[in-house]
Design a protein around this ligand. Structure first.
Ligand code: TMP
Length: 244
């Protein structure tokens, strides 16, 4: 990436400045981390798969009226995005109990959650991304009350669109994490990525609780066949997009 100024390097992506101050170039990496980077590894081809999955999902969401930072993909593992100031809140939506929800509440894995649960976490690696209450995030001035309402409404809209999209891929959308950003005029855009790194996705064609996992839990929990699972998500997303 010679010639381009690196703006930010995260665990899964690098952001570069471009000639246009309004546009950034995102490079998706094969690097994988879990448990706040205590576990590190690499998933061959992940950068390209996640970039292509995210691009397709952003396009689907745009057609359904969700504004996103996505512009286009100049190469398979690079995405041009509109520059935004990231709101330091990770918004998690849950349709089925899994992961930290089960660990922290004792709810059984697979319990249906209706209506969906929306949770806020502080995007701060030094603090281990702790869960926030609305009162805490207002206290910390991470968002205004109106922005909190907007984050919740946009996250629920994304959930509606993606549940339906993944259903057509024969995949159950268990839960996922979103990030949002603000344009200089205050407009809120869906940002970051939506991919097997940031969602729990269960194959509806498998009943075995380990075999059905098509997402980063394969890496987190050493279930094996990580690359293959990511590849299958991409194939189903591409096939579905071609049909719509
Ligand atoms: P959790 O059950 O570990 O709280 O995760 C909820 C969802 O958020 C799951 O789909 C994975 C995703 N997630 C991220 O994308 N990044 C993270 O750092 C964490 C902890 C979860």
């Amino acid at each position: 990436m010679s010639g381009l100024e690196k703006r930010y390097e995260g665990k899964a992506k690098i952001l570069y400045a471009t000639d246009d101050p309004d546009i950034l170039l995102t490079h998706y990496k094969d690097d994988a981390t879990a448990f706040n980077a205590q576990k590190r590894g690499s998933i061959a081809g992940k950068g390209e798969i996640n970039c292509r999955v995210a691009a397709h999902l952003f396009k689907v969401l745009e057609t359904q009226g969700v504004p996103t930072h996505f512009i286009d993909c100049p190469t398979p593992n690079q995405m041009r995005v509109r520059a935004v100031t990231i709101v330091p809140i990770e918004v998690v939506v849950r349709n089925i109990a899994a992961g930290s929800l089960c660990q922290q509440t004792g709810l059984e894995l697979g319990t249906a959650i209706a209506p969906p649960l929306v949770e806020f976490y502080y995007k701060n690696d030094d603090l281990g991304d702790p869960m926030l209450t609305v009162d805490r995030l207002l206290l910390m001035k991470l968002a205004t009350p109106a922005q909190v309402d907007q984050l919740r409404a946009m996250a629920l809209k994304v959930n509606e669109v993606l549940i339906d999209f993944f259903q057509r891929c024969n995949i159950t959308l268990v839960d996922f994490k979103l990030e949002f950003g603000l344009r200089p005029d205050g407009t809120m855009l869906l940002a970051d990525e939506i991919s097997p790194d940031t969602c729990r996705l269960w194959d509806q064609g498998e009943t075995d609780p380990n075999l059905r996992v098509m997402d980063k839990d394969r890496f987190r929990r050493d279930l094996g066949n990580v690359e293959h699972a990511y590849q299958r998500v991409l194939e189903r997303v591409l096939a579905q997009t071609a049909e719509t």
